[in-house]
Design a protein around this ligand. Structure first.
Ligand code: HSE
Length: 398
């Protein structure tokens, strides 16, 4: 029997308890032994909860208990999660976490400690919730040079953009709806400003290139400026707006960004709607692969955390190598990124032609302005060409 401790009895922590209880027998069979929750660390008490007597408030009890072999971190945020996780590893305990903020910031260091101590630091649930993507990148796609990884990595914003598309609603109304349904946080900034997706693509890019990619260096644009009028134009083009987190290998290195994109019907992520997430991967020998599923939520995320626990229990004395060194990897200037641009302007046709040459005009029946799609060009070229025009809004298109 393996004894574990869970840090944080919120959505994910309680989900882990539920998954361990629901699939107790099959999990024990796959892990090779029973898994028992010995402690749950939380600031609160949970009177009446079946796990009430496991709840403690002092982390020292967990760190100092040699019986605890695995610590599950489900607190979220960088601190105190980082301090607790590092201490757990240094005390000889493997760790499974769902915390993208922790992994994006300190993943390389925590992996190095786990390697040194012959333990494991696992973080499948930190990207794409229940969708397996960390393990495939680390174990299954190792024959490839990954040339592109592009995902819809935030369920909240995908739900909001889908609702704007299907129901023609404005941003503020769908945000209220997402909050009422419990998808968006009370403070939804990290979702709608793209910060959540940014940390996730930083993790994926670090894994793909084997070096530390700092999330602060990734150009990030959220969905707060997307309006019902933009969606009207998107429909006129037969496209949909999606918040993409993307990383591409160029001859000079990786170029990463998070931003809303207009996707054509041919794009593999076109049909990914509601709270679902998907990750498209292109390898130089594999070609294309897609990973699709529930990217957020209690049980899907807990499913990935428990799968990590099982893997840890199966490899109690072996470190599973993860290629992610703390050596920093600079990114290619986003000004070099290529795409088409959809532009809304109140400038005249001649003015647009003078700036961009031939463009594809989009008629969405909107008064007092015109919309057009440019040819594919680098961001810096677009900025130069658009500088003389009064641009009402622009969205990248692929
Ligand atoms: N807020 C995140 C989302 C949760 O909406 O995708 C999962 O990381």
């Amino acid at each position: 029997m393996i004894k574990i401790a869970i840090l944080g009895y919120g959505t994910i922590g309680s989900g882990v308890v539920e998954v361990l209880r629901t699939n107790r027998e099959s999990i024990a069979k796959r892990a090779g032994q029973e898994i028992e929750v010995k402690y749950i660390l939380d600031l609160r008490d949970f009177p009446g909860d079946p796990m009430e007597d496991k709840v403690i408030h002092d982390y020292d009890v967990i760190a100092d208990d040699p019986e605890i072999r695995v610590v599950v971190e489900a607190m979220g945020g960088v601190e105190p999660a980082y301090t607790f996780v590092k201490r757990a590893l240094l005390a000889g305990k493997s760790v499974a976490t769902s915390n993208k903020a922790l992994v994006a910031k300190h993943g390389a260091e925590l992996i190095a400690i786990a390697e040194e101590k012959k333990l494991n630091f696992m973080f499948e649930a930190s990207v794409g919730g229940g969708i397996p993507i960390i393990r495939p990148l680390n174990s299954s796609l190792t024959a490839d040079e990954i040339e592109e990884i592009t995902g819809i990595l935030n369920g909240t914003t995908n739900y909001m953009l889908s609702k704007m598309t299907f129901e023609g609603l404005e941003f503020d109304d769908v945000l209220k709806d997402a909050q009422a349904k419990g998808y968006a946080e009370a403070d939804p900034t990290a979702d709608i400003e793209g910060h959540d997706a940014c940390r996730k693509i930083a993790i994926l890019t670090s894994l793909v290139c084997g070096r530390q990619v700092d999330f602060e260096e990734i150009y990030t644009e959220g969905i707060t400026k997307i309006t019902a009028t933009d969606i009207k134009y998107a429909k006129a083009m037969g496209r949909v707006v999606k918040l993409l987190a993307t990383s591409r290998r160029t001859k000079d290195g990786y170029c990463a960004m998070v931003a809303p994109f207009l996707l054509s019907k041919e794009h593999p992520l076109y049909n990914v709607n509601d709270v679902f997430n998907a990750i498209f991967v292109h390898g130089n020998v594999l070609g294309d692969a897609m990973f699709y599923g529930s990217g957020a939520g209690k049980l899907p995320t807990a499913s990935a955390v428990v799968a990590d626990i099982v893997d840890i229990v199966k490899h109690l004395h072996t470190h599973i190598m993860v290629s992610w060194s703390s050596k920093k990897m600079g990114l290619v200037d986003v000004g070099k990124a290529q795409s088409r641009f959809f532009v809304r302007t109140d400038a005249g046709e001649e003015e647009v032609k003078a700036a961009f040459g031939d463009v594809e005009w989009i008629d969405a029946g909107v008064d007092g302005e015109r919309g057009f799609l440019t040819a594919s060009m680098a961001e810096e070229e677009y900025e130069k060409k658009a500088s003389g025009l009064n641009v009402l809004h622009r969205i990248r298109a692929v």
